[in-house]
Design a binder for this molecule. Structure first.
Ligand code: NAD
Length: 257
């Protein structure tokens, strides 16, 4: 077991990457704190972890709120005694996110609050807990759009993920000698709720798929496997990385016919 006796807090644990990671981390021996704004989804993940014989609990938190983030970390320590892995994964992609001219300020502000401030707040309250545990691993979900621009714009989302990547590098450097590793996970387009509700026609999906060398969307499970590597001691010399899991997009210029 790669996470035996570890405690992992996963934000956005009610769906997609977060849920797949909760299930996988629990299989590897971790106790899971599932954090989500959607209580029903969070509880369903807990039920699924328990059904496979694992240990999990659910905490309601909106990651854009400091009091909620402080509380989720406090509950994790109270219930399981420590925090070893902090997976700041919750994120949103607003359907009205567009180019600079057409994106409303409200869309920009909300996207930044959840995707970027949410990661900052998770670290603000999570890092002291990791210190108390003698160190740990932080994984922040950025995106391949932190590395590449697209002509199908979503400027608030892209800027927020660029921020997550820069923030992760800096925190990795600051905390490197405290036995705290910080890495940014950069998934490509996934077949999860977040993207599929935006790519809601075959034509929109085709427009994306043409840029993916592997010719398909990724699965949450495939990103969870990468998160497991970053969470575990297998990645003991990896920090400050932009860990790309994208079906080859960022390596490609012209994709296969
Ligand atoms: P998802 O929509 O399936 O799951 C996201 C979860 O986060 C949901 O359960 C939702 O309720 C929760 N959430 C939303 N706002 C929250 C908040 N304020 N506080 C707490 N929880 C909140 O999405 P996913 O595809 O699993 O995405 C997870 C992460 O991966 C996000 O950060 C996303 O930006 C990133 N990502 C996704 C893709 C993709 O193609 N799906 C690609 C690259 C990066």
């Amino acid at each position: 077991m790669r996470l035996k006796d570890k405690v992992a807090l996963i934000t956005g644990g009610g769906s997609g990457i977060g849920r797949a990671s909760a299930l996988l981390f629990a299989q590897e021996g971790a106790s899971i704190v599932v954090v989500d704004v959607d209580d029903a989804a969070g509880h369903e993940t807990v039920r699924m972890v328990e059904a496979q014989g694992g240990q999990a609990m659910c905490v309601h938190a909106d990651v854009s709120k400091g009091t909620d983030c402080k509380n989720m970390v406090m509950v994790a320590e109270q219930v399981y005694g420590r925090l070893n892995i902090l997976f700041n994964n919750a994120g949103i992609l607003d359907s009205h996110d567009d180019d600079a001219v057409n994106t409303e300020e409200e869309v920009w502000d909300l996207t930044m609050a959840v995707n970027l401030k949410g990661v900052f707040l998770g670290c603000k309250y999570g890092i002291p807990a990791l210190r108390r545990a003698g160190g740990g691993s932080i994984i922040n979900t950025a995106s391949f759009v932190a590395l590449l621009g697209a002509a199908t714009p979503q400027v608030a989302y892209t800027a927020s993920k660029g921020g997550v990547l820069a923030l992760s590098r800096e925190l990795a450097t600051v905390h490197a000698r405290e036995n705290i590793r910080v890495n940014a996970l950069c998934p490509g387009p996934l077949r999860t709720e977040l993207l599929m509700k935006i790519l809601d026609t075959p034509e929109k999906r085709r427009r994306r798929l043409v840029h993916i060398p592997m010719g398909r969307f990724g699965e949450a499970q495939e990103v969870a496997q990468a998160a497991l590597y970053l969470a575990s001691d297998d990645s003991s010399y990896v920090t400050g990385a932009a860990f790309v899991v994208d079906g080859g997009i960022t390596g490609a210029y012209v994709t296969p016919e």
